[in-house]
Each structure stands twice: as C-alpha cells, then as structure tokens.
Ligand binder design. Structure first.
Ligand code: ADP
Length: 481
C-alpha cells in the first residue's frame, strides 16, 4: 500500500471498550492488484457480547452529558477526519478500489455527517402539549434509544459508518459497529480518530470477524435497542427477523433498482451528464446508482449516441493512477453478476453497443458497458446489477414509463430529466421512491433525508430526520395537585 503520512492510522484490531484488541488473522486484499494490505481479527459471538457490554456501560454517562459537550467531541472528530483526509482516502482506495479522487470525495462526504450531527445534537427538543385536563400537563421528552448496533457495507467504507455513528453518538447513544469484511481498515482508522477526539471508552466499539455470529449477538442481545443496517435486501430481511425476538427497532437501508428517465423535452446533454454520474460513480456499485435507463422514442438514438461517446472516454485502471475514473469491482462475485446480466440480456435480444466483457487489465476490472434493445423480461430490468452496465430501454408514453419504473419491489432512488414544469411535478409525485432526482444525477447530501420505500428500507439517514431514528419519545403526565 502507498505510505501514509501517519502510519498509526492503519489499525488492524477490533476496538472494544477503548482498547484495540485481537490477533489479526483475516486478510484484507486490494481489489486492483490482489495484494495483501493487512490482516484483521476474526472475532465472534464472545467479543460481540463484550462490545455490547462495553457500550451498555458507557451509555448512561454519555447520554447524561450535555448535548453541547457531545457535539464538541463530534466536532473534534470531524476536524481530525478532515486533517487526515489524504491518509483515510489512501486506505479507502487500497481496500475498496474506487479512484482516489472519489475516495477523497467520500471522506469529505463522510465527515459532513459528523459535522452536521455535531451541530444537530443541540436541536433535539421535547414538547409541552396541550393537556386533556386543567390540572395536568403533558410533557414529551426525546431520549437516546440506547445501545445501537451498526452493520455497514463495503461500497462506502467511510460514509455508511458516519451517517449512522454520527447521529447515534450525537443523540447520546453508544455504538457497536460491524463494518464490511472487505473494508475494515477505513472503519478502524475512523475509530482511531474517534479515540483521539476523546470519545470515552465503550462509546464506539468496532468489531470484525464472523458476520453471522456477530450479527446473531447484535440482533438478539437484550441491551441492543436499535439495529441500523445498510446492505442487501436479503440480509436486511434476515436481520429484521432476528431482531423480532427482542422487539428491537430496525433501521434498514437496502438495495435499489433506480430508473433514470429521459423525456423528449429533456436537455439531452445534461441528461447524459447525469446518467454518467449516477450510473458509473463507484463503478456502478452504489444503491442509488442508475440501474435502468428509459429514453423516449424521439430522443432515443441521439441520447444513446452521446452516451456511448462519454462512456468510451471513461478511463479504467488502478484507483491511484492519474486520470482513472473507473476502478476494479469489489470481488469476483461482483464481476460474475455483471457478466450474467449481460449474457441474459444478449440471449433475450439486447445489443452490446460498448464493452460487455472483462477488461484487459484482469483482476476484477470490467469494461464500462452500454446495452440497447433492453426489455422488461431481462435480469437488468429486475435486479440491481451493481456494476458498470448501462442498459437502455425505449419508451413512448409517460404512463407506460411510470408503470415500468414502479414495477419493482424496491423504491430507493429514481431520476428523470424534463424541462416541462407540470411534468416535473406529476412524474415526481407518481414515482414510488424515497428519493427523486429531477434534472440531476447526484442527490446524496448530509442535509437531506436519505432512504427508501417498499423493500428498500424503512428509515432515513441525514438531515434533522436522521437523528430522530436514534431517539425515543417519553410521555410524562404531570398532575398538578
Ligand atoms: P453486500 O452484498 O453489499 O456485501 P451484504 O448485505 O451481504 O451486502 O453485507 C452488508 C453487511 O452485512 C456486511 O457488513 C456483511 O458482513 C454483513 N452481513 C452479511 N450477512 C450477515 C448476517 N447474516 N448477519 C449480520 N451481518 C451480515
């Protein structure tokens, strides 16, 4: 791995109760070249139980601090993340593969959640409601929910952590975090900086190892009050089921199948820009990445021609190389999924306009791909590809494309391009999605509530809404005697 300015950020042990512990045995590999970066512990149920106990012990003292005090510690953490952004991005690109410029962008984005919730800690307010009797008062408190379990994916190794941990800690909760096995080093580096920022022992615990064993404890331990998960819909379903035993709150951010609709009255150049950003960011490996591109008849061919030209220019390579905007996919399985989607589409009559196969660089590199002649019977229409594959569907009527866009069990992000104001409102309102981008392909920000409907999830992260997930209401009826 490239040398770090501060090599002590490369932590390779779990953080439990303020101590980095455990023998590092499980390899973390660089997806661009297969090199071993470091090893991390293979912890299980025993260490997960210890981590929950540490978080439970830290909970009351942390919750009892003033919001201003908690916010100040978060602010310090934010400043340390920014001060170490180059090293954090280096670790991130090494274990995840995304281009270094994108990794820097992710570190800034991750830090923005810590900054925002450092401020927001002070704005969790209760209410005094009109009472039902003259001799009573209704007081409503918002209190931290308790110990939070956070389970995060590899596609945003930093941001998926801070947007859970930031608001949780700000609200007065303590956390046990299980990062993805592919990208634990970014999580440990963030934990090291949290230590330096002054979070008390046990406030934030980070543990790597056996996902099923750790997940089993985190979803069944009576002291864990909320399980916050970002990942696949299948695993989300499993965790939700497991959490039922102790009636925990479950906050889920799951998969998507984002439609990207280009109407004939769209600004086509802007639409192509948006399609490139929303489809090929992180090599197509984000849950809000465009999965299906629908283009209206009249502008179909012009849009496809412009799209192909732009996709052809995308430079593929090691994320540390100059000019590279497409790194490797995360694993062999990820490549196999893209290949199976291409093969299925071709067998059912689609055409490869560009790419369609593994890249000459080997490893898990895949050629940025454009398919046309795509229809609803194909896998690309029904499953999240999670790779650099842009399938283009042709449509004629507005009603037809809205029905197609909504014809999925998921409902995370949708995008459309139009310059007609009436259409903007009517289409936006009819799309069954938690988030809609109109004339833009990039929607993520700490200032907005991120989340999905249907089987894409049941919670929101970001904005003032995001912190409320980590609180509970307590109603107190005060009798005036
Ligand atoms: P992806 O396909 O993005 O890897 P997953 O849903 O498999 O998505 O993984 C997201 C996170 O969930 C990772 O941290 C992974 O280790 C964890 N995970 C996977 N299966 C389980 C499980 N049965 N219990 C707890 N965590 C799990």
């Amino acid at each position: 791995m490239r040398t770090l300015t501060d090599p002590t950020l490369l932590r390779t042990q779990s953080l439990i109760n303020g101590q980095f512990i455990g023998e590092a045995t499980t390899a973390v590999l660089n997806p661009a070249n297969g090199e071993l970066i470091a090893k991390v512990p293979h912890h299980g149920a025993a260490e997960a139980t210890e981590a929950v106990a540490a978080a439970q012990a830290a909970f009351h003292p942390w919750a009892a601090r003033t919001a201003k005090d908690r916010g100040a510690t978060l602010r310090k953490w934010f400043e340390l993340i920014i001060a170490n952004r180059d090293d954090l991005a280096t670790i991130l690109t090494s274990e995840q593969g995304k281009p270094f410029a994108e990794a820097l962008g992710e570190i800034d984005y991750a830090a923005s959640y810590v900054e925002f919730y450092a401020e927001e800690a002070k704005r969790i307010a209760g209410e005094l409601l009109p009472a039902h009797r003259a001799d009573a008062r209704i007081m409503v408190l918002r209190q931290p929910i308790g110990v939070v379990a956070a389970i995060t994916p590899w596609n945003f190794p930093a941001a998926m952590i801070t947007r859970k941990v930031g608001p949780a800690l700000a609200a007065g909760c303590t956390v046990v975090l299980k990062p993805a096995p592919e990208t634990p080093l970014t999580a440990f580096a963030l934990a090291e900086l949290a230590q330096r920022a002054g979070f008390p022992a046990g406030t934030l615990n980070v543990i790597t190892g056996d996902a099923i064993a750790i997940g089993g404890v985190l979803t069944s331990h009576p002291k864990v009050r909320l399980v916050s998960f970002t990942g696949s819909t299948n695993v989300g379903r499993i965790l939700m089921g497991q959490a039922a035993g102790t009636v925990k709150k479950v906050a889920l951010e799951l998969g998507g199948n984002a439609p990207f609709i280009v109407f004939e009255d769209a600004d086509l150049d802007a639409a192509v820009d948006g399609a490139i950003l929303s489809k090929f960011r992180n090599m197509g490996q984000t849950c809000v990445c465009t999965n299906r591109i629908y283009v209206q008849d009249k502008v179909h061919d012009a849009f496809v021609a412009k799209l192909i030209e732009r996709v052809r220019a995308l430079q593929v390579g090691d994320g540390f190389a100059d000019g590279v905007v497409q790194g490797p996919l995360i694993t062999e399985e990820a490549v196999a999924k893209v290949q199976s989607h291409v093969a299925d589409a071709l067998a059912k009559g689609a055409r490869v306009e560009l790419g369609g196969k593994r890249h000459g660089l080997g490893q898990t590199f895949f050629e940025p791909t454009v398919l046309t002649g795509v229809n609803a019977t194909m896998l690309v229409a029904n499953e999240e590809t999670f790779g650099p594959l842009a399938p283009v569907f042709r449509f004629t009527e507005e009603d037809e494309v809205i029905a197609a866009a909504n014809d999925t069990e998921t409902g995370l992000a949708a995008y459309f391009y139009t310059q007609n104001v009436s259409r903007m409102f009517s289409v936006m309102e009819r799309l069954e999605y938690g988030m809609v981008g109109v004339n833009t392909g990039v929607i993520s920000t700490e200032l907005a509530p991120f989340g999905g409907v249907k089987q894409s999830g049941n919670s929101r992260e970001g904005s003032h809404h995001g912190i409320l997930e980590f609180t509970e209401l307590k109603y107190t009826c005060v009798g005036l005697i």
